[in-house]
Design a protein around this ligand. Structure first.
Ligand code: IMP
Ligand code: MG
Length: 181
């Protein structure tokens, strides 16, 4: 890691929790409760997905839940371009209505890869849900169906998002400011 600080909170715990509730209603209103599969992209989505699904009970939605581990970033803060499956889901997706959950939409490669993969495997529909939508140029033409917040083209951490696998535990989202040595 380069010298940095994480002093600038962009979204507080309260802002995130408030938005989660409206997102849950949004997803529930658009979901066929019968055959819903929520798939989190690891590792960034684990907190977001856990918060989302805990709101489903009040909508009487009982989705299957699975995770896929995809990697496009190395240890740094720049996307490398190609997406690899590091660990696959185990659920059968034939006829399923899938909601793919990720922490952030950046170049769009990760989400586009997941979307195509799950459709190839027979999902009836695949929708996408991200906590953050980075306002940057996409490498692929893709917008998410459900978005928590728009964020500027910064490097951010917290609420599942990491810098070199640190800071995922923060209950808020902060900007990483790179400092001089
Ligand atoms: P994409 O494939 O370029 O859209 O990248 C999405 C993935 O890159 C996300 O799942 C994140 O893991 C990672 N990522 C992109 N931007 C950030 C960031 O600002 N902080 C931490 N991780 C990020
Ligand atoms: Mg990630």
């Amino acid at each position: 890691m380069q010298p940095h600080t994480i002093d600038k909170q962009l979204f507080t715990r309260e802002q995130i929790q408030t938005r989660i509730h409206t997102l849950i209603d949004e997803i529930a209103a658009n979901s066929d409760a019968e055959n819903l599969v929520m798939i989190g992209i690891l590792r960034g989505s684990f907190i977001f997905l856990a918060d989302l699904v805990r709101g489903f009970e009040q909508h009487k939605i009982h989705p299957r839940i699975d995770f896929i581990s995809l990697s496009s970033y190395g240890a740094g803060t720049e996307s490398s371009g190609s997406v690899k499956i590091m660990h696959d889901i185990s659920e059968n997706l034939v006829g399923a209505d899938v909601v793919v959950v990720d922490d952030i939409l950046d170049s769009g490669r990760t989400l586009a890869f997941a979307l195509e993969l799950f459709l190839e495997r027979g999902a009836r529909s695949v929708r996408t849900c991200v906590m953050l939508d980075k306002q940057t140029e996409r490498a692929v033409d893709l917008e998410a169906d459900h978005v928590g917040f728009l964020v500027e083209d910064l490097f951010v951490v917290g609420y599942g998002l990491d810098y070199d696998n640190h800071y995922r535990e923060l209950p808020y989202i902060a900007e990483v400011t790179f400092t001089e040595r």
